[in-house]
Design a protein around this ligand. Structure first.
Ligand SMILES: Cc1cc2nc3c(=O)[nH]c(=O)nc-3n(C[C@H](O)[C@H](O)[C@H](O)COP(=O)(O)OP(=O)(O)OC[C@H]3O[C@@H](n4cnc5c(N)ncnc54)[C@H](O)[C@@H]3O)c2cc1C
Length: 433
């Protein structure tokens, strides 16, 4: 039997250590430091670097990576259990070397990069000496990548990029960008684009402005850049993967990225549920605890049920990734996780907010932040609608159309078949008692 819902004892020891370490050493940083991606900031160097060193010594650094890339390679299930804890904290992922979008960028550099690209860009990225940015979305529409307009034209030993990118996270802090651009406009739609590595100081690349999420300034997120490429020249060897392979490269990074977000979302949703329960047991109205009101109990029950359902889906998807080692085989699972994730976080955080009353709406509680995150999760890496379409499309592949107007599952037909099958028994005369 292959079903198992237990964590092995040795790894549970690690999870307990991570839980305490995040609670005592990492979560306090969330209140005093700016962006987790501002790796050159003196406060980051003083406060975050020593914690990263402790994580390395414990062999928990960059757990999304296999040993060939300097990680322990524990697999996605164990990573999920870790990320559930790290997801509670803004600084959790960076202290453990597994923060998006660097994880996804590292994944494609490892997969498609040349030895020179790996040495120059991947090695310092894995060590968190620098951070990176992924620039695919464009201002006129991101949900449909076939609408992309940014072009890269080959001129001698260079590629020349012209166009705009939008909502490129951490652009202002990134040392390099991974940029998707059209190289073969006449090719079939999914063979038109290629991926490029563009150093941040490349002439002609500018940040028009940084857009910030509607959240308290204390929760600075590095911003999301509106980028302009005006004849940006990069050497020919800055092409990442083969020409025309842009979509394939993008898919490689997005599969892992989406499931990692889901793992961290469990942590945020659980935090909201914990606070909901504590408030319900602490606050009184009409002479009774909120916890004794049935409508509050319903909120608690619904939240727990939704969280556990989601967690099981995430863990099973992680298990399937480990098992098949092929993102294409888990496409439907990942799309389902991606589509479910915003609603789970939104609904649990909204109930926690409601039960906290007025203070729940304020910036003195984390619920508005969770709710904003839920919308971000429903957009970044593609809108929920698009992922639901993927789930339905993949599911429909295993079905066929019925030719007959009254198909074989039509109840009268099934009944007629059953009557015919058992006719000899049913037609026997039954002796009267
Ligand atoms: C916080 C954050 C960080 C991000 N970081 C990055 C990044 O680092 N790099 C990057 O390249 N991009 C990034 N993005 C952009 C993200 O990928 C896009 O927002 C997303 O793909 C949607 O594109 P859009 O915003 O242009 O919305 P649009 O394409 O204009 O879509 C708007 C809405 O239309 C609806 N819609 C779209 N398609 C369909 C459909 N097929 N069926 C039904 N309804 C549909 C949905 O409701 C969708 O939300 C980030 C976004 C956010 C919010």
């Amino acid at each position: 039997m292959g079903w198992d819902f237990e964590t092995d004892d040795a790894f549970q020891v690690e999870l307990d250590w991570i839980d305490q370490f995040v609670r005592n050493e990492v979560e306090p940083l969330d209140h005093v430091l700016g962006s987790p991606y501002d790796v050159k900031h003196p406060h980051f160097v003083r406060l975050v670097r020593p914690l990263q060193q402790q994580v390395r010594e414990r062999d928990l650094w960059a757990c999304h990576l296999g040993p060939e890339l300097g990680g322990p390679g524990y697999g996605q299930v164990k990573l999920a259990l870790m990320n559930e804890i790290l997801g509670r904290s803004r600084f959790g992922p960076v202290v453990f070397g597994c923060q998006a979008p660097d994880t996804g960028n590292a994944e494609i550099l490892a997969h498609y990069g040349t030895p020179e690209q790996k040495q120059r860009f991947l090695a310092p990225l894995l060590a968190n000496q620098l951070v990176s940015c992924f620039a695919m979305t464009e201002p006129h529409g991101g949900a449909d990548p076939l609408m992309m307009q940014t072009q890269a034209v080959r001129e001698g030993e260079h590629w020349v990029l012209t166009g705009e990118k939008w909502f490129a996270s951490n652009a202002r802090l990134a040392a390099f960008f991974i940029v998707m651009a059209i190289t073969d406009p006449e090719a079939k739609p999914h063979r038109r684009t290629s991926m490029f590595i563009v150093p941040a100081d490349a002439p002609g690349l500018s940040i028009e402005r940084n857009v910030h999420l509607a959240r308290p300034a204390a929760h600075e997120d590095g911003g999301h850049g509106h980028l302009r490429f005006q004849g940006v020249r990069v050497p020919a060897d800055h092409l990442l993967g083969e020409q025309g392979e842009g979509f394939a490269v993008a898919q490689t990074r997005l599969g892992g990225g989406r499931i990692h977000h889901a793992m961290r979302t469990i942590g945020q949703a659980r935090q909201a549920l914990d606070l909901l329960c504590r408030r319900a047991l602490s606050r009184r109205t009409q002479g009774d605890l909120l916890a004794h009101k049935q409508m509050v109990q319903e909120k608690i029950a619904d939240s727990w049920i939704e969280l556990e359902q989601f967690r099981l889906l995430v863990l099973r998807t992680a298990w399937r990734i480990d098992r098949y080692n092929d993102y294409r085989r888990v496409r439907q699972d990942i799309a389902a996780v991606k589509a479910a994730m915003p609603k789970v976080l939104h609904d649990i955080a909204a109930r926690a907010l409601q039960v906290h009353g007025s203070i729940g709406t304020s910036d003195e509680m984390p619920f508005m932040e969770h709710i904003l995150s839920s919308f971000v999760l429903g957009l970044a890496d593609g809108p929920t609608e698009v992922h639901k379409v993927t789930v339905a499309r993949e599911l429909l592949r295993s079905y066929e159309a019925d030719e007959d107007v009254f198909p074989d599952y039509h109840l009268p037909r099934q009944r007629a078949q059953a009557l015919a099958r058992y006719a000899n028994v049913l037609n026997e005369s039954v002796p009267q008692a």
